[in-house]
Design a protein around this ligand. Sequence first.
Ligand code: URA
Length: 232
Amino acid sequence: MRLDSLLSAMGADTKSELKKNIRKAGAFVDGELIKDPGRQVDEGCVVIYNNREFRYAKYQYYMMNKPAGVVSATKDNRDTTVVDLMKNQARKDIFPVGRLDKDSVGLLILTNDGDFAHSMLTPSKHVPKTYYVEVDDIITQDDVKAFEEGIVIDDEFTALPAKLYICDDKMSARCTVYEGKFHQVKRMFKARGKNVLFLKREKMGELCLDENLAPGEYRLLNEEEIKILKDN
Ligand code: URA
């Protein structure tokens, strides 16, 4: 593939910046300095551009610690999106796998692998998602039982059985759900007469949020983490 296409696919720069910078300063491809942006290079090569190293990968997988106030979308006319937060680094075809509400925080996976995203989201897979949740009232053992039995939300939706572990202060809990309906956790607590004040996703499948990521930060998943998710 072309050198500038490889670097563009890996989110190194815009196409026009790439052309300009490669002509001017060049890029090292497997150690050889190349100043022709259109040079054909091997997909397995290692490129140093602008002091950063790039290797081509067809698919990429990121985890983000989603901050409050941004929407889980690629583009939005009003709000900042999770993809906007990645603008300087990520390639252009990255999208979030599912949604967290604008005011929810925590683990969000982003990728350009559509089949993978589908396998994480398809209802038949029941991929578990664990949330830390704070509410405005005492959580009781009756709530735990109701979650276990599957809460009737309305005429059209009864939530699948879910797990609820009450924290010591009794107004927070960890909740694991096996589906991903709109405002799912908030609606489940609402049906029990409680309002969710804070919601953080800590785990998806067997993958935990890397607590070293500050809100808004993200990083590539490593091979082992990708495997954990794909083995779900
Ligand atoms: N459930 C919710 O209510 N909101 C989220 O963001 C995620 C799960």
